[in-house]
Design a protein around this ligand. Sequence first.
Ligand SMILES: Cc1cc2nc3c(=O)[nH]c(=O)nc-3n(C[C@H](O)[C@H](O)[C@H](O)COP(=O)(O)OP(=O)(O)OC[C@H]3O[C@@H](n4cnc5c(N)ncnc54)[C@H](O)[C@@H]3O)c2cc1C
Length: 403
Amino acid sequence: MSELVRTLRPIRWAVSPRSSYDVVIVGGGGHGLATAYYLATRHGIKNVAVLEADYIASGNTGRNTTIIRANYGLPEAVRFYQRSLEMYQGLEDETGAAIQHETRGIVWIAHTEPAMRTERARCLMNSASGARTVMITPTELKELVPQIDLTGAGRYPVLGASHHLDGATARHDRVAWAYAAGAAERGVDILQHTPVTGLLRDGDRIVGVSTPNGPIAASVVLSAVGGRVTALAAQAGVRLPVRTHPLHAFVTNNYAQGFGSIVASTELMCYVSQTERGQMLIGAEFDTQPSYSRQSSFAALRGYAYKVTRLFPFMRDLRILRTWAGICDISADFSPIMGATGVDGFLVTTGWGTWGFKAIPAAGEAMAELIATGRTPALIEPFGHDRFARDHVLADQGSAGTR
Ligand SMILES: Cc1cc2nc3c(=O)[nH]c(=O)nc-3n(C[C@H](O)[C@H](O)[C@H](O)COP(=O)(O)OP(=O)(O)OC[C@H]3O[C@@H](n4cnc5c(N)ncnc54)[C@H](O)[C@@H]3O)c2cc1C
């Protein structure tokens, strides 16, 4: 299939909703759209609507820094994200859409001995759980990324790094459109500018949603609303251990030289990559203050720029072209929450925080299987909401910080 045909496949938009569906998915981000796609393609369940308040991928799916990796710190997480990473590698062939997937490798730099121990442990954990991550020396890092100042501006010396060989990027809006086109072609209704304003109840069960255009009945309602999840879940009486925090990113003007790898510092909590256009793309840690604001802030820009220029002095000569922010559903243990909520008919895929783009294929596939069969797939069983009550949290903040 030619690149043009792959890229320009149109979406069959639904004009108006039906009065009832087997499944209503609230939120047309990557997670909602992927779940709809796999319901239709893997399970033949096509009487499905995706209701999006704005336009598809207008949330974090169209705002992220596109990093795909599986170098997590817990075996359950490594296995889950590795599955997703491998699904991304085949997603162009699966959907027929050009998503600009590119394997580049990701380097996580350590500046202190404790950080070196963490990265060594990460390599062992990754290898044992199916992901390819190896330690590299400062000299090897310099060969990989010649632009780096190994002294860290005299303050953050590079002692070594873990190198996650299969780390990748893919164009985020194309991923959403690939799933949307594939789902719509099979009969799924995708309705943009259709906010869900309430959940319909029959006794203890959720039986549909209300919208400004009227109620829609559903056997299953899946919340895939990103940073808006606590408000929607509250309508079902579900209290989630999630807070919403803004996360910013920015791009510079073009940098002529190649910058192949994605580079992150685990202690400076910042990361940098180069876009396909040649711009340098910079991200860092989310705002500590919970908020629903998607306004960019000078404080974030200044902080991110300070951090990244410690390691890459050449970036002081570049100009910031564009900055933006998204609102992230950060869970209490920095791991996702997928599946049942304790309320019949109401499921969630949430807690994707600053790290959920990479998870879209595997989470969509698993959520579709859960909805179709009523059984939670083993891959996502550890990520259930009930883990907090059972005291089986998956605390992995150290792996979440650099996307
Ligand atoms: C700056 C930034 C950088 C990031 N970088 C990375 C990265 O490099 N790698 C990575 O893996 N992750 C990254 N992330 C995180 C990632 O983008 C998210 O975890 C992921 O996109 C979440 O997808 P989603 O489908 O759950 O949510 P979203 O994409 O936010 O979609 C939710 C949708 O629900 C809609 N919605 C909300 N309320 C309603 C309602 N009541 N009715 C109908 N629709 C509603 C919204 O309009 C939105 O379109 C980053 C995030 C940001 C903000």
